[in-house]
Ligand binder design. Structure first.
Ligand SMILES: [Fe+2]
Ligand SMILES: [Fe+2]
Length: 239
């Protein structure tokens, strides 16, 4: 943080505008902090399950372990932004055991379910949204943060596609098809969940790394059509 202040007047300018940001901005960044902790715990759990099947030196296991660390570094970055609200949340992560996917699935199926829902769907959508946020954000702390998170989310989305590719070689994937529409629905609802009042949704918050619900919704729909759907089709799955 101190280093950021030291690199130039432009950063100080962005940070000072962050101090003047409306409450809605910090509400969204607090929610992002919660999501980063959740993502870290999910990748940790996915890595553990994968290690039981493929061993701890497996490439996808190592990627999941890296993803947990990266999600936690995103959480720390969110905290630095939230500090401008006057509140200073403590870093508060506990690696809790999470049930991956519906209870009735086998452990192998839970791996594929989670790889699809968490990584192919959620992280791919996140990558598309962050790309747009990065373009719109004001230079400084927000843009730097979005840039760093984006760089990692691209990697996290690849984890799911890599695991889907492996599962495709080892098992029949038809069982997962009925779950896909719900995965997409949940991801869409989670991202556009109303966290802004009708008035706040009309404000242009893009300088602070927040897209309007309408823009976010359009970007996600395009990403599903242009990236996720063709990706799934390669493995005989459809949205
Ligand atoms: Fe993240
Ligand atoms: Fe991520």
């Amino acid at each position: 943080m101190l280093a950021l202040f030291a690199v130039g007047a432009q950063v100080v300018k962005a940070s000072s505008t962050l101090g003047a940001a409306p409450d809605s901005v910090f509400r969204i960044w607090r929610n992002r902090l919660r999501i980063e902790y959740e993502a870290a715990a999910l990748f940790a759990q996915l890595g553990k399950e994968l290690a039981q099947h493929y061993g701890k030196h497996d490439e996808v296991v190592r990627l999941c372990e890296g993803a947990e660390e990266e999600e936690l570094s995103h959480a720390k970055m969110c905290i630095e932004i939230i500090k401008y609200s006057g509140e200073a949340p403590a870093f508060n992560y506990t690696r809790k055991k999470i049930q991956l996917g519906p209870e009735n699935l086998t452990s192998e199926q839970k791996i594929l379910y989670t790889s699809l829902a968490l990584s192919c769907v959620t992280e791919t959508l996140s990558t598309a949204l962050l790309t747009e946020m990065q373009n719109a954000a004001e230079p400084g702390l927000i843009k730097d943060t979005v840039h760093q998170i984006l760089r990692d989310e691209v990697k996290h989305s690849r984890i799911g596609w890599a695991e889907l590719n492996r599962c495709h070689q080892n098992q029949n994937l038809t069982w997962v098809q009925p779950y896909i529409p719900l995965m997409l629905k949940e991801a869409l609802q989670a991202d556009i969940q109303p966290m802004l009042t009708r008035q706040e949704a009309k404000d242009d918050l893009s300088a602070w790394g927040i897209l309007s619900p309408l823009d976010a919704s359009l970007i996600m729909e395009n990403t599903i059509t242009q990236i996720i759907s063709p990706g799934l089709q390669r493995y005989g799955l459809k949205i």
